[in-house]
Design a protein. Structure first.
Length: 381
């Protein structure tokens, strides 16, 4: 198969060379491994997810037709590196399969992103979480014509509702949030463009994919109750590269266990609650860090937040929060603690809050909680 198209990297137009010839063409089956994409390793050691030709082809087809509705007239801005599952599947593969133009940026810079969106008349954008927040701030009060932008999609890491709203206010466009993993090629669910959108939700399963919320035994949980997301469909990986035991644990019965906790409403929309490994159990009570982080993000001084469990001799775990402030912002740890305390149940608010210059992140902007080290001598409140 030969693709003809154009790549734009950092504003430079680079024609794809149609004259490149392979010395030999080897036939492949649908279930042959096409790529090995490594997980981000935010909660543990990265693992190589084996994705087949069928995984990628079918997921790409659904993304470009059902979700992005791409044509050869579209210009897609890819704000994620191409080694990332969403960067590869939802930007590169979808754009190439549609004959659309793909604009790339070697290194993230919010002003340069806005210049590309305006200068290339981008119609679809796939920004990373960090890009979404910083571009919203950078565009405020500046004259960048991004009126060609019809759709922005968000996935890979849960976007706080406040960040989503700020982006839509700054750009006046529609943001559709979805969900997926390296192991699911990557898209599993989305807020579809032809259905009602629910901010804060990851939408409903894409065509050909099933999702459900299950308990520890793999039994489907009652509607509204929290459980682990399990996925079955054409998007589920072949397995983890050279890790048969971990593959068996992840896919024990044909349903892939994601490690993400969620609930489902009466209309079939899913809502991420947190990572299973991030769950904090304080004195027997379950605390989902994302709920506390959502409240922290409502504070205007906050740029990033990570709520983690800290060892406690009596309660087992205590709630802690590491936060980074926006440039020029000023707020104390006590003020942030009180801000959360006023809005959540008494056992949920972080007794220990500390301010850092920056939180550790992956190349795609996900916060690496396992690398956060609280300072010594924190006082419990």
């Amino acid at each position: 198969m030969t693709y003809y198209g154009v790549l734009r990297t950092g504003g430079v137009v680079v024609p794809m060379n149609p004259l490149l010839k392979a010395r030999e063409v080897t036939e492949r089956e649908e279930d042959d491994t096409s790529v090995i994409l490594y997980t981000s390793g935010t909660t543990g050691q990265p693992k190589g997810a084996e994705l087949t030709h069928a995984n990628l082809a079918r997921n790409t087809e659904v993304v470009r037709t059902d979700l992005l509705r791409l044509t050869a007239d579209d210009v897609v801005f890819g704000g994620l590196p191409l080694f990332h599952s969403f960067g590869q599947g939802c930007t590169l593969n979808a754009a190439v399969a549609s004959g659309a133009c793909l604009s790339l940026l070697p290194r993230f810079d919010p002003v340069r992103v806005l210049q590309i969106l305006a200068g290339h008349h981008a119609t679809v954008s796939r920004p990373c979480r960090r890009c979404t927040r910083q571009c919203s701030t950078a565009r405020t009060g500046r004259a960048y014509d991004v009126s060609a932008l019809r759709l922005c999609i968000s996935g890979g890491a849960a976007m706080p509702v406040e960040v989503l709203r700020a982006f839509e206010e700054a750009f006046g466009g529609l943001v559709l949030e979805g969900y997926g993993l390296s192991e699911t090629s990557p898209v599993a669910s989305f807020n579809h463009p032809d259905r009602p959108r629910k901010p804060g939700s990851i939408g409903t399963p894409i065509r050909g994919v099933e999702m459900r919320v299950v308990d520890e035994q793999g039994t489907e949980a009652p509607q509204g109750e929290v459980g682990e997301i399990a996925i079955r469909g054409h998007n589920v990986m072949k397995g983890y590269w050279r890790r048969p035991e971990e593959t068996a644990r992840a896919i024990p019965d044909g349903w892939f266990r994601t490690g993400d906790l969620a609930r489902q409403d009466g209309e079939g929309y899913f809502y991420i609650v947190d990572r299973l490994k991030d769950l904090i159990i304080r004195g027997g009570y379950n605390i989902y860090p994302r709920e506390v982080e959502e409240v922290l993000y409502e504070h205007p001084a906050l740029a990033d937040a990570a709520v983690i469990g800290l060892p406690h001799p009596e309660l087992g775990e205590e709630v802690g929060a590491a936060v980074a402030l926006k440039p020029g912002a000023s707020v104390t740890a006590d003020e942030l603690r009180d801000h959360v305390k006023a809005q959540v149940a008494g056992y949920k608010h972080p007794r220990r809050v500390w301010i850092v210059d920056a939180l550790p992140k992956t190349a795609t902007g996900k916060i690496l909680k396992r690398q956060i080290v609280p300072p010594a001598g924190l006082v419990e409140r």
